[in-house]
Design a binder for this molecule. Structure first.
Ligand SMILES: Cc1cc2nc3c(=O)[nH]c(=O)nc-3n(C[C@H](O)[C@H](O)[C@H](O)COP(=O)(O)OP(=O)(O)OC[C@H]3O[C@@H](n4cnc5c(N)ncnc54)[C@H](O)[C@@H]3O)c2cc1C
Ligand SMILES: Cc1ncc(C[n+]2csc(CCOP(=O)(O)OP(=O)(O)O)c2C)c(N)n1
Ligand SMILES: [Mg+2]
Length: 372
């Protein structure tokens, strides 16, 4: 099936990283000229700047990554369980593709999505046995088609637009630049989690820890504590919303007590942003329980003896990140972002992957010359 494919696609999940199969995956992708999309938890299985990596697919994935799924004729899914955030409505998922599913757990085969060829086994072991069987190939037309989609749906269009205020996407990109895509990022849940996935360019495996489908707000700070203890010499950043941070901020005491140099970035929008966004887009703007009050996070940090910084202007972002990184110990930055900012693109509930809602482009009023 792989050798016969005209529009092949690798759909890469967490199982590839758990199996340590990153090198085998890369060999397979390069030998067969196959583009790669990942799940949220598959991020980092292939460096995000690799030419064949299209990035994350799914509800908040790249438009062109989702179009690649919908137009592929052969999908090799490796170590993913086809979560509903990945598939959109399952009935319309990958309508043109024959699906090969490599997974260690037989219970996952055909659970959410019908599969044409199941291979049950550890991803590393299976890929290694597969590699000698696949013929070298290239698919220039297919890659050109994807490049054309990419040109019109670039992930950073918000960064290229004239935006006002401190944008969360910009904050994430600055964090990425300051850490060269090599930090151990631990994300919480909600809009902040999606902006992390979209705008931090992960260049190494296991560079992102996220609670995945469980979606447990409050996860990031305690998980970052565990990560920093396990990897004392690696820079660890917890990226978290103002809601999720308040669910476990008592753990700042543990951070101090254990002497951990964790850096924390709170994307503070004054609301339970992901819920507010759904109420705006899918519930006619009926905001219920989603506007949130909170403490002064800088003073909370200081109360624990932690360096606390506040950023309200884009120009302060880089210097504050650098200051936090240069600080010998834990540091917290309270980024004040606009409450109305939404995560785009988004596949609405019950929708197919190609029905993505894109960020509305700001239309500038034409300049009317005054009559003289
Ligand atoms: C607000 C929100 C939005 C989200 N949006 C998205 C989105 O847009 N896109 C997205 O992808 N996700 C999104 N997610 C995450 C989503 O819910 C799932 O957590 C994610 O898609 C699961 O990825 P996975 O299947 O790769 O990993 P897992 O759920 O960890 O599944 C791993 C799979 O690999 C298999 N496996 C394990 N070990 C091995 C091995 N050694 N060899 C082979 N197979 C193995 C397992 O059996 C399992 O099938 C979102 C979550 C939230 C909370
Ligand atoms: C413990 C828990 N409660 C509720 C939810 C449902 N939920 C998902 S995202 C979200 C909002 C998160 O708000 P915040 O932490 O401020 O992040 P933002 O979306 O604003 O970035 C909520 C309430 C959840 N995932 N976990
Ligand atoms: Mg919030």
């Amino acid at each position: 099936m792989i050798n016969a494919a005209q529009r092949p696609l690798l759909l890469v999940g967490h199982g590839v990283i758990l199996a340590g199969a990153e090198a085998a995956l890369r060999e397979l992708a390069e030998r067969t000229g196959t583009p790669v999309v990942t799940t949220l938890l598959g991020i980092g299985a292939l460096p995000q700047t690799h030419a064949l990596n299209l990035g994350m697919a799914g509800m908040h994935g790249e438009v062109y990554a989702n179009l690649a799924i919908q137009e592929a004729d052969t999908i090799m899914a490796v170590g993913t369980r086809f979560d509903d955030r990945l598939t959109g409505t399952v009935h319309a998922f990958a309508p043109k593709a024959a699906i090969i599913h490599i997974d260690v757990d037989p219970a996952e085969i055909g659970k959410n999505v019908p599969v044409d060829l199941p291979i049950v086994g550890d991803a590393e072991a299976v890929l290694r046995r597969l590699l000698p069987l696949v013929q070298p190939a290239s698919h220039p037309e297919w890659l050109q088609q994807i490049s054309a989609w990419r040109a019109t749906s670039a992930e950073c269009d918000v960064l290229n637009q004239c935006t006002e205020g401190l944008m969360p996407q910009y904050v994430m990109r600055c964090l990425c630049e300051a850490t060269h895509g090599q930090a151990l990022m631990v994300s919480d849940v909600g809009q902040n989690q999606m902006w992390e996935a979209q705008y931090y360019v992960h260049e190494r495996p296991r560079g992102l820890i996220s609670s995945g489908g469980q979606g447990a707000m409050g996860f990031a700070l305690p998980a970052a504590i565990g990560a920093q203890i396990a990897q004392p010499n690696v820079p660890v950043w917890a990226t978290v919303g103002d809601g999720g941070f308040q669910m476990n901020m008592q753990e700042l005491a543990t951070v101090v007590q254990e002497g951990l140099p964790i850096k924390m970035a709170i994307l503070n929008n004054g609301c339970l942003g992901m819920v507010r966004q759904w109420q705006e887009m899918f519930f006619a703007g009926r905001y219920s329980g989603s506007i949130l009050s909170g403490p002064d996070f800088v003073r909370v940090a200081e109360a624990y003896g932690i360096l606390g910084l506040r950023v309200t202007e884009p120009e302060e972002t880089q210097s504050s990140i650098n200051r936090a990184m240069a600080h010998d110990g834990p540091a917290l930055i309270d980024f004040r972002i606009p409450p109305q900012e939404n995560v785009y693109p988004i596949v609405g509930p019950g929708r197919a992957l190609e029905q993505m809602i894109r960020r509305p482009v700001a239309v500038l009023e034409p300049v009317v010359e005054p009559e003289t």
